[in-house]
Ligand binder design. Structure first.
Ligand SMILES: Cc1ncc(COP(=O)(O)O)c(C=O)c1O
Length: 274
């Protein structure tokens, strides 16, 4: 139910190699039917009617419907132009006794911003001494530009033990249609996650899991993704210099923001193929 042992082992090894935290293969990793299911399942596992969940505007489209489906209330924090960093002083004001979860997404869809080590420190201070659970959507963890590092909640000593961290093979290996992702988190939270996972998905198709476990053995396949997208991004931005569009900063993800003097911000997606 939690995923083929071969794939769970490969995930644990990858997370340990990249972020320095070694999760337990049996109790701290679950293979999911993509990130969308993982996010829904995590929200359903922890959020009860009347609970509040802090999300950051602009917010990825699946979070709020999932929160509302289980009777929770989304509470909106704003990301700040131009770098779309969280305003932690504002987030503090939004925390109430009903706050059950904070959802973060880095690299961020659609602004291309990243959480930094300082942001994680601020988040850790903010939730210290509470029972707030963090849900960290890190599906673009390998798509970073200009040598940026990904600050995963998996690698933060205070946040990792209280977070569910989501990743997606769809994003990493260009196999969105295969619908496979995973979550890692401490055993106590994972036990709750699996209570919902058991009855909304149960398990993910085995042949693809074995194929991915095999494919992951060559780490260069996920590690070279940044360079692959950087080349496309740089090419695209060079072409934009010949147009009235002005590219805005973008530190990760498939998404590029651009503006003209007259129009609001537009979005472009860098496709994996071609
Ligand atoms: C920020 C973010 N989270 C989650 C997802 C969903 O990923 P998956 O295709 O694995 O369900 C996406 C897909 O676009 C996304 O951009």
């Amino acid at each position: 139910m939690a995923g083929m042992p071969e794939l769970r082992q490969a995930i644990v090894d990858k997370v340990a190699a990249l972020y320095g935290s070694r999760f337990d293969v049996e109790s701290e990793v679950t293979v999911t039917a993509d990130a969308t299911q993982a996010i829904f399942t995590a929200i359903a596992a922890f959020v009860r009617p009347g609970d509040e969940v802090i999300v950051f505007e602009q917010v990825y489209d699946s979070y709020v419907p999932a929160i509302e489906t289980v009777g929770g209330k989304a509470v909106y924090a704003q990301l700040q132009f131009p770098d779309y960093a969280p305003d932690w002083a504002q987030v503090v004001q939004l925390i109430t006794p009903r706050t059950r979860m904070v959802i973060v997404n880095s690299p961020h869809n659609p602004t291309g911003s990243l959480l930094t080590a300082v942001d994680l420190k601020k988040l850790a201070e903010l939730v210290r001494g509470t029972d707030i659970v963090e849900l960290s959507d890190e599906v673009y963890e390998h798509i970073l530009f200009d040598g940026e590092d990904h600050a995963s909640l998996c690698g933060h000593p205070e946040l990792a033990p209280r977070s569910i961290v989501v990743s997606s093979f769809g994003k990493t290996y260009h196999i969105t249609g295969w619908k496979i992702g995973y979550v890692v988190g401490p055993a106590a939270l994972m036990a709750e996650f699996r209570k919902v996972h058991q009855f909304n998905v149960f398990t993910v198709h085995a042949p693809s899991q074995l194929a991915l476990a095999d494919y992951m053995q060559d780490a260069s396949r996920h590690l070279r993704l940044a360079a692959f997208y950087q080349e496309k991004r740089d090419f695209f931005r060079t072409l934009l210099t010949e147009t009235p569009f002005e590219p805005l900063p973008c530190r990760g993800t498939y998404f590029q923001r651009r503006a003209t003097r007259r129009s609001p911000i537009c979005l472009t997606v860098l496709l994996p193929s071609g």
